[in-house]
Design a protein around this ligand. Structure first.
Ligand SMILES: Nc1ncnc2c1ncn2[C@@H]1O[C@H](COP(=O)(O)OP(=O)(O)OP(=O)(O)O)[C@@H](O)[C@H]1O
Length: 285
């Protein structure tokens, strides 16, 4: 069996808010090229883990190591959100959509590449006007935007204000915008929340395309188990800030602890759930 190559290692992560231990000694890995899902009931700590990985929160304890394709390692818990994005090449989306709603779809994708363009300009007006490096970078940015417009199935809407798009299309635009920054690791906070079944399918297609065409590793938070089971290679389940299951979708789906967490049963009833699950699956474990 091929050994998996971790792009992200979370080691003994804890995050305390006052008296509340939102994350309690959590360790897991996300593998390069995989779609990894972080799931769990409301308040399990998923967003907090995300915020620690992406530099929005400083964890109380623990280490978060990201290793890029070329081998360079970053200790994300020591970096600001800006550095995590720029240097480690981790991009993220948010639960509430954060697009420039007055700018067009295309403009949103170009603005995402602002840093790259400014660097190519040498940060001077002359550079903006005359440097061949800038012209080349600008042409590349447009190509990149066109590519992701197509992948997100938004080419027809390129000139419309982003705020006019239906919800599902805005979600895909957010992901396309993140991809325009050329990330190695893409973190998506509940990308399927509020989508209708058709929009969900389009999202799945986009995510599968990202995985197969670019090899970008994806970590996503999701509430909805059915979405997760469809597209994930690897699932990590949290409950009360701790990991209760970790494995492929089939393993997790049949894990009595996960079933119990999702049904919200009490600890002393878990045995009954296990018996039920084993009854349904013929006890084949
Ligand atoms: N900034 C904060 N200050 C205080 N408590 C917080 C903060 N952020 C999260 N929490 C608490 O930490 C716990 C975990 O919250 P978190 O949002 O990470 O869970 P979640 O699994 O993402 O939940 P949901 O699925 O509802 O989004 C919750 O009890 C929450 O109230």
């Amino acid at each position: 069996m091929m050994t998996k190559d971790p792009i992200l290692k979370v080691d003994h992560l804890s995050m305390r808010f006052g008296g509340l231990m939102a994350i309690n000694d959590l360790s897991f890995e996300a593998y390069r090229g995989d779609i990894t899902a972080l799931i769990g009931p409301n308040g399990a700590g998923k967003t907090t883990v995300f915020n620690c990985i992406t530099g929005f929160y400083k964890p109380t304890m623990g280490m978060i190591t990201m290793r890029q394709k070329a081998g360079k390692e970053f200790l994300l818990e020591r970096m600001s959100d800006f550095e995590v994005n720029r240097d480690a090449k981790v991009a993220r989306t948010f639960q509430n959509i954060r697009l420039f709603s007055g700018l067009t779809v295309l403009e949103n994708l170009l603005v995402a590449q602002h840093n790259k363009l400014m660097m190519a300009s040498g940060y001077t007006v002359l550079g903006l006007l005359g440097f061949p490096t800038y012209k080349k970078a600008a042409a590349q940015s447009i190509e990149q935007a066109k590519y992701w417009l197509d992948k997100a199935n938004l080419t027809d809407r390129a000139d419309d204000p982003a705020g006019d798009l239906p919800y599902g299309a805005q979600r895909r635009l957010e992901i396309a915008r993140a991809m325009c920054t050329g990330p190695e690791f893409l973190c998506l906070d509940e990308p399927a929340a509020g989508l209708n079944p058709r929009e969900s399918l389009a999202l799945n297609e986009l995510l599968r395309g990202i995985r197969s065409d670019t090899g970008t590793s994806i970590l996503l938070i999701e509430h909805d188990m059915s979405v997760v089971m469809e597209i994930s290679d690897h699932v990590v389940v949290l409950e009360y800030g701790q990991k209760i299951s970790d494995g492929n979708p089939d393993h997790v789906k049949n894990d009595p602890k996960v079933i119990a967490a999702y049904l919200g049963v009490e600890d002393d009833e878990v045995e009954d759930v296990i018996a039920e699950v084993e009854g349904e699956t013929g006890g084949a474990h």
